[in-house]
Design a binder for this molecule. Structure first.
Ligand SMILES: Nc1ncnc2c1ncn2[C@@H]1O[C@H](COP(=O)(O)OP(=O)(O)O)[C@@H](O)[C@H]1O
Ligand SMILES: [Mg+2]
Length: 248
């Protein structure tokens, strides 16, 4: 297994309160699989990824990456946060190349590597501007591009397209599919958009209200490559209906 959550539970403790957030989560993800996580707002989806990225530590159970417990693993995962978290004092170019610089590349080389992607991400002409000069959607695309610059075969996304308009969202979904298929990237993708989850995923995991438990684990058998018209197919709509019911 590429990623495995084993009996993972998480409770947040405050001064005189406790918040049970995850309750005995078991998830197995194979290499190259695209798995979406859906569930009610506030149920603990982001927390799942925060455990993996060690933004939040101390939890019960174990998370294994390639069979090695997270705490022993030195595996790098690339993670795109719900908010874009671009650095306001750096230009777009210096934001998106940051992972390359951190991995030891020279600035000049990092700029060259990222060059072909600006157009694809709708950012060409904006390389030298600062994040606060861009729209929310453009900032999100810049954050997405930065995520792709992390050299890792495990990618975690937390509602990356939520703030993007429908047309651009479709473009980015398509882009994500193209970049992931055949590259053996293993992906955990949080979304509240059921259609997006079906369209992108090999499997969808449905979480319950907090404290989250896994209530469904649905294999999406739609053929690949995925194409826009599939969103209107009977099979697609059946899955959608089933998931909507599961979330009620
Ligand atoms: N670091 C934290 N400390 C305390 N409570 C937290 C922390 N992170 C998340 N929570 C709480 O845990 C619950 C689940 O949050 P989250 O994982 O962000 O939900 P989701 O992403 O599904 O909307 C929420 O009630 C949230 O307030
Ligand atoms: Mg969240």
């Amino acid at each position: 297994m590429k990623i495995e959550f084993r009996n993972v539970s998480k409770t947040f403790y405050g001064e005189d309160s406790e918040l049970e957030t995850l309750n005995n989560i078991n998830i197995q993800i194979k290499e190259g699989e695209f798995v979406s996580i859906i569930g009610p707002s506030g149920c603990g989806k982001s927390t799942l990824l925060h455990l993996m990225t060690e933004i939040v530590d101390s939890f019960e159970g174990d998370i294994l990456i390639e069979g090695i417990s997270l705490k022993q693993s030195d595996k790098l995962v690339s993670y795109m946060h719900q908010k874009d978290l671009l650095m306001p004092w750096r230009t777009i170019k210096d934001n998106v190349t940051l992972p390359l610089i951190l991995s030891g590349k020279k600035k000049k080389d990092a700029y060259k590597i990222v060059e072909p992607y600006y157009k694809m991400f709708g950012l060409d002409g904006f390389e030298e501007v600062y994040p606060n000069e861009l729209s929310g959607g453009m900032r999100q695309r810049a954050a997405l591009l930065r995520t792709f610059m992390v050299e890792s075969d495990i990618m975690l996304f937390d509602e990356p397209f939520a703030a993007i308009d429908a047309i651009n969202r479709h473009k980015l979904q398509q882009f994500l599919l193209e970049r992931c298929q055949g590259f053996n990237r293993t992906i955990m993708f949080i979304t509240h958009d059921i259609e997006e989850a079906i369209y992108l995923s090999d499997r969808i995991i449905v979480l319950s209200q907090r404290p989250a438990t896994v209530i469904q684990d649905v294999k999406i058998e739609l053929e690949r490559p995925r194409e826009k018209h599939m969103k209107l197919s009977v099979d697609f709509l059946k899955i959608k209906e089933m998931l909507i019911e599961a979330l009620e």
